[in-house]
Write a protein that binds this ligand. Sequence first.
Ligand code: NAI
Length: 383
Amino acid sequence: MVIEPKVKGFICTTAHPVGCRENVRRQIEYIKKLGENHAPKKVLVIGASTGYGLASRIAAAFGGHADTLGVMFEKEASGKRTATPGFYNTKAFEEFARAEGLYARSINGDAFSKEIKEEVIHTIQKDFGTVDLVIYSLAAPRRTMPDGTVYHSVLKATKEPYRQKSLNLKDNTVSEAEIPAASEEEIEATVKVMGGEDWFDWIESFNNAKVLSEHAVTVAYSYIGPELTYPIYFNGTIGMAKKNLHEYAEKIRKTLNTSAYISVNKGLVTQASSAIPVVPLYFAILYKVMKEKGCHEGCIEQIGRLFHDKLFGTQVITDEQGMIRMDDYELREDIQTEIKTVWDKINSENVTTLSDIKGYWEDFYQMFGFGLEGVDYSADVEV
Ligand code: NAI
């Protein structure tokens, strides 16, 4: 069938298999051009099908010649419904990797569950022996516990409701959004979903099963962002979860004796980040300012630089808190000063000139495989 984008708010309910494949191909091409990195050879990526996780899998495989095992939660096509983009991305990745003689296996299921952890351990034992690098790149809306309890993460402020300019994704207008303050329960639930407990559980179960190699490293991705977005991000419910994730890095190092890092990445349009109020408007301005200054990066450029320069160089490059800062360009003073100036002036009338709203939507559509040059969107495709 001919597949067209169907956008509903911050989500697109269709995905284009050929476009997704092209998206993966381009990322592979970028990594190859960047040159080899020293990523280890047996790599597991949890959350490997889109965004930062997919970029990590590509950087490990095509920059470091690594065999990769990926975990994701994606839907297959059924009837006239297309699969989710991560499903198509994964198929394409596997095809490209195997064509180069690389091992690429993917496990599609709930990473929070005991069953998937067991399946991953079994696969490592069978195919790898041990694993050298575990990337934790989950962005999930909910977590089901072994006893059936379900925690839902929320994107809210914490102490008090917060009013701020926000981009209306339906019609690209700018208006004030009121973001409510979360209850204690909602904060706790968000920490359960997006905090570090599950990351710890993974590494602990690997330790118990003795499937980590001697110098194994694990890295989880985080975001801090500028003061401008603190009320909704860093001091919001998601920020509480991220602080908890940071604490777990320490806990993994101390109690599990495993090298664990947090990489604080740049803010980028992904399926996860599009859902956060206020943030898309900040991103649209950030894109414009960073593109003008020639330092804009997407997921693959960020992870390419992480693997190449900061994680697998002669030593891991961190800040004084031990975190890897891939948000170094985003938080540069000149960039943030310019964003603040624009922020005060931006409104529905000038949003297209003062921000890179075009670039925002280009990235958004491309995540679902649309708007990629060279893809014939009028052609019939097999979903
Ligand atoms: P994304 O939505 O593109 O990717 C999420 C991944 O998690 C996908 O592979 C998805 O299949 C997988 N997933 C979700 N629920 C799952 C489950 N229950 N079981 C197994 N897999 C599951 O998100 P993105 O943006 O790449 O986020 C990844 C990490 O990077 C998150 O921790 C996020 O906070 C962090 N990050 C994101 C930034 C951004 O601006 N997008 C900035 C800095 C950090």
